[in-house]
Design a protein around this ligand. Structure first.
Ligand code: G3P
Ligand code: CA
Length: 295
C-alpha cells in the first residue's frame, strides 16, 4: 500500500511538472543566512562568493528616513538593543533613528544561538542600510536584487525611496538581459506592489502569500489578487505548493517562487513540481543540488 501511495505521488508530481525549461532561480534569503547572521554584510558577502541569481532583503525605514535591511518588526530577537535601550526591546524599528540602530550588534544573537557556526567577527555585525548593500554590487553583473517591502503599511511610501535608491545606484532603468530580471520587488501587501506598479512599472512584482491566505483565497482568488497588481509571480510557502495550485498558477502565467527551503529533499520535491525559484538560507546547498556550483 505504501509503495502504491508513493508511486501515485510520484505520478502526480510528474504530471504537474512544468513544461518550461527555464533554470531554477536561486535566491539567497537574507544573504547566505544559514551560515552568517541574516541580512548582515557577512551573510551577503558569503552569498556573493556563489553564483546565486538574487540576493534577498527585507527593506524597512528608520524614523529619520534611512532604508535598512531588517526582517523583524522589532529589534529584541536579532540585536543587543537591550544593552543600549533597555526599555525598547519591543518597539518597532521605525521608532529608531539610524544613529541609534547603528550602535547595535546584529550578529551576537547568531553566535549565541548557533555555537557551531559562531565566528568572533559576527559580534561586530551592524544593521545594513540598503545603500551599504548597493555599494557592494554591480547592477550589470553578479547577483540581482530581490527586495521586499517588509511591513510596508508601517513605512508609508517607502516604495518611492526604494526606487530612488535603485536609480541612484544604476539598477533602474533595468539592464536588459537574456536571464531573469535584474531586480524583483516583493511584498505580502498588494497595496505596496500597486505603488511599485505605478512608479516603476517595468520592475517585476512578486506577490507574497502565507498558506492561510492561499487557502482562504482559493486558486482563482489568488490569481485575481496577483493579476490585480500585474504580478510577475507569486512567492509562496512550500505548504501551498500542491500540484494543482502550481499548475493553475502557471497556467495563469505566474512564476512561482517558494520560501524558504534548506534541505535537498525539499529542493527535490518542489523541483519535481516545476516551481521556478527557491528562497534559501543555504544557497550553497541549492547550487550543489542543481549542479551549479562554480561562479
Ligand atoms: O521574501 C520571501 C520570504 O523572505 C518571505 O518571508 O518572512 O522570510 O520575509 P520572510
Ligand atoms: Ca523576505
Amino acid at each position: 500500500m505504501m509503495q502504491l501511495g508513493g508511486l501515485m505521488l510520484m505520478a502526480t508530481l510528474s504530471m504537474a511538472c512544468s513544461t518550461q525549461n527555464n533554470p531554477m532561480v536561486v535566491t539567497a534569503h537574507r544573504g547566505a543566512s544559514g551560515i552568517a547572521p541574516e541580512s548582515s554584510v557577512f551573510a551577503y558577502e558569503e552569498a556573493l562568493k556563489l553564483p546565486v541569481d538574487y540576493l534577498e532583503g527585507d527593506v524597512q525605514r528608520t524614523q529619520d528616513g534611512h532604508l535598512v535591511i531588517f526582517h523583524d518588526a522589532s529589534l529584541g530577537a536579532d540585536t543587543d538593543v537591550e544593552l543600549f535601550f533597555p526599555h525598547r526591546r519591543n518597539q518597532p524599528i521605525e521608532t529608531f533613528t539610524w544613529a541609534e540602530l547603528s550602535q547595535l550588534s546584529s550578529g551576537k544573537w547568531f553566535n549565541i544561538t548557533y555555537k557551531d557556526k559562531a565566528q568572533k567577527r559576527f559580534d561586530q555585525a551592524r544593521i545594513l542600510r540598503l545603500e551599504d548593500l548597493l555599494e557592494k554590487l554591480d547592477p550589470n553583473t553578479g547577483p540581482g536584487l530581490y527586495l521586499e517591502t517588509k511591513r510596508a503599511h508601517a513605512h508609508p511610501n517607502i516604495e518611492i525611496e526604494l526606487v530612488a535608491l535603485l536609480k541612484q545606484y544604476g539598477w533602474l532603468p533595468m539592464a536588459k538581459t537574456s536571464g531573469p530580471p535584474r531586480v524583483l520587488v516583493q511584498s505580502f501587501e498588494p497595496e505596496s506592489l500597486e505603488r511599485f506598479r505605478v512608479i516603476a512599472p517595468d520592475v517585476p512584482r512578486v506577490l507574497l502569500v502565507v498558506p492561510m491566505k492561499v487557502a482562504s483565497l482559493g486558486r482563482a482568488g489568488l490569481i485575481s489578487h496577483a493579476q490585480a497588481v500585474d504580478a510577475y509571480g507569486v512567492g509562496v510557502h512550500s505548504l501551498s505548493c500542491t500540484p494543482w495550485n502550481v499548475s493553475a498558477w502557471h497556467e495563469a502565467g505566474l512564476k512561482i517562487h517558494v520560501y524558504t527551503l534548506n534541505s535537498s529533499w525539499q529542493f527535490y520535491v518542489v523541483e519535481k513540481l516545476g516551481v521556478d525559484g527557491i528562497f534559501t538560507d543555504h544557497p550553497q546547498r541549492l547550487l550543489e543540488f542543481l549542479e551549479r556550483e562554480s561562479l
